[in-house]
Design a protein around this ligand. Structure first.
Ligand SMILES: *[C@@H]1O[C@H](CO)[C@@H](O)[C@H](O)[C@H]1NC(C)=O
Ligand SMILES: *[C@@H]1O[C@H](CO)[C@@H](O)[C@H](O)[C@H]1NC(C)=O
Length: 311
């Protein structure tokens, strides 16, 4: 009967609708109950291979909101049935940002997602669109410190992490000068570039290179230093002064000391004790020695006199 058929039809559509509704519910709320609003405006700021994920904070008056961040590299999304991995530093985190530098380990697209929690309440996940690839990082010219150490041209470069190499270009400032390039891999320590010629100026500029993404930063502004050719370097002047002072002190002292030594060696024993005097010794010899001693002593005395008064 037609009415029977219509009843059956509506019953079927009712069942269909129920099934659709339940399917819809289970897919949109996989775990927990979505009561909190999901974080919005996800974006990644990436400069010099440091990556920061940010989002607009979820506001609930009088409540502290925590956020959970998860990521999925190409490998996880293609070969591990879409496994999501909790971010190393943001599971959970309090502020509306997350340093994901340690999570991004390959130059492939990464999916990133965030959700808010408060007690047992959670929000739905918000996913970054489009996925993040670290090859889009902004590379800035590195900081550098160009100095001269005597006649040595020395450069110290900003420490940007182990992935960075520096291409240092330097040249003598004169028409038609040849540019030299040095690749520097050491970080944060002074590097010797060149021994400079007196009176010449030298210029340096530098750019970074990141092998992992195959990209260079722009060059920094050139910085120049000049070596004075005429005036003595300070170290040399100081050295000269110290030397002069040494001569002033040591020479008179050594002359005085020499004088004393000479007196002791040339006039050994001046007076013998009476008990040691040999009575039958030749009087002539003793008197001769006396004379010698007298002459020697007066000579020493006269040479000592100027120093006494000087001191
Ligand atoms: C997202 O960003 C836009 C502009 O940048 C802003 O107007 C909007 O309020 C933000 N959304 C939230 C949820 O904060
Ligand atoms: C980054 O790599 C992707 C391929 O993975 C490429 O399509 C894109 O152009 C690259 N972007 C930059 C800035 O090099």
């Amino acid at each position: 009967c037609p009415s029977c058929l219509r009843g059956l039809q509506s019953a079927w559509s009712g069942v269909y609708h129920l099934a659709w509704l339940s399917a819809c519910l289970t897919t949109s709320i996989p775990d927990g109950v979505a009561i909190l609003p999901a974080p919005q405006n996800l974006s990644v700021q990436s400069t010099n291979m440091k990556h920061l994920l940010t989002w607009s904070p979820v506001m609930v008056p009088g409540e502290i909101i925590y956020y959970f961040v998860e990521y999925q590299g190409e490998y996880e999304s293609l070969y591990m049935s879409h496994v999501w991995i909790p971010s190393s530093w943001c599971s959970p985190t309090k502020g509306p940002e997350c340093d994901i530098t340690d999570d991004i380990t390959a130059t492939v697209p990464y999916n990133l997602r965030v959700r808010a929690t408060q007690g047992s309440e959670t929000s739905a996940w918000s996913t970054l669109k489009p996925p993040f690839n670290r090859n889009s990082t902004i590379l800035t010219p590195p900081g550098m410190d160009v100095t001269k150490d005597g006649f040595h041209l020395v450069i110290k470069l900003e420490d940007l992490g182990s992935q960075f190499e520096f291409l240092v270009a330097y040249w003598r400032r004169e028409p038609g000068a040849k540019e030299h390039v040095k690749v520097v891999r050491s970080r944060g320590i002074p590097v010797h570039l060149e021994t400079m010629e007196p009176g010449a100026a030298y210029c340096v500029k530098v750019q970074t290179f990141v092998k992992a993404i195959g990209r260079h930063s722009p060059f920094s502004q050139a910085e120049c230093v000049k070596v004075q050719g005429e005036t003595l370097p300070l170290a040399l002047a100081l050295f000269g002064f110290v030397g002069f002072m040494l001569i002033l002190v040591v020479v008179p002292l050594s002359i005085w000391k020499m004088g004393r030594l000479l007196r002791h060696s040339c006039c050994p024993v001046v007076v013998l004790p009476d008990t040691l005097k040999i009575t039958n010794s030749p009087q002539k010899l003793i008197s001769c020695r006396r004379e010698e001693v007298e002459a020697c002593a007066t000579a020493m005395l006269s040479s000592e006199e100027p120093f006494r008064t000087w001191i």
